[in-house]
Design a binder for this molecule. Sequence first.
Ligand SMILES: C[S@@+](CC[C@H](N)C(=O)[O-])C[C@H]1O[C@@H](n2cnc3c(N)ncnc32)[C@H](O)[C@@H]1O
Length: 309
Amino acid sequence: MPDFVHQPVLLAEVLEALKPQPGGRYADGTLGGAGHAAALLAASSPTGWVYGCDRDADAVAAAQTRLAEFAGRFELWRGNFSELADWVPPGSCDGVLLDLGVSSPQLDTAGRGFSFLHDGPLDMRMDRQQSLTAADLVNTASAEELARIFWELADERDSRRLARAIVCDREQHPFKTTRQLAELIERISPRHGRRAHPATKVFQALRLAVNDELGSLKRGLDGALRLLRSGGRLAVITFHSIEDRMVKEFGRARARDYTYPGGTDVPELRVPRTPELSLVTRKAIQPNALEVEQNPRSRSAQLRVMEKL
Ligand SMILES: C[S@@+](CC[C@H](N)C(=O)[O-])C[C@H]1O[C@@H](n2cnc3c(N)ncnc32)[C@H](O)[C@@H]1O
């Protein structure tokens, strides 16, 4: 396997949030290159323990090698963090980390098909045992469905035009490669002085849809809370405003001492209940200027931390 290098984001802030201790138990649901996991194991030496998981078999293999010096203090699993609670004993963890999105090796390996900067198969699966690829979605979804994905998941302002053009082009030439799709987007929605490449949003939306990333996050937040013991902390790093909003709303809802039916908080209809967590961070923590300079991919990162009551 080629070198699997991913620069962990907000590392000092994650350690400050989870405060790893000898004897502590931590779950890392998004191992990637295992930078955070290695730091959790180092900081909780000599007896701290890490349960590590990733959907991507390459990441799990790379993490196994990266963490070799901590042998006997971790257990790794290939799977979706939304199912962590099926594997890690409930109420056993002092800290859980979810560092969402894709790793640098996933983005930079042309064969994974995540990036319009490299020509490769239009794939985008984090878990290559999954059958649905980005090419399947682009070649079979209706124009309405594609437009909805581009608009709802990435605010792509040319969503309808792009979706119609895809459906028209694919009749002659089904989409097979990232370059084919990037070229269509450049044709329909040219750059016109924009800083970001015109394919940025469509590629992001397709990746989120192919991997059902929002569904995993919704289920994963509930599951992560179940893993924590009282006083244990959940740290979540997001790179997308929809995901950050989901994490923020999850934290606020679980910190309240009441629930309400439907989607609107009507004071007369509130039902009292015991809060499940407290918010450690009221505002999301962002990387400082030095980190962004050294690792530009960290620039959209947002960290939120909560503590189980
Ligand atoms: C930003 S990287 C994590 C980097 C890692 N914290 C490090 O220090 O190297 C995100 C990783 O999460 C994985 N991932 C994303 N969603 C996942 C999910 N629902 N379940 C398990 N792994 C997931 C991706 O495959 C990727 O390897």
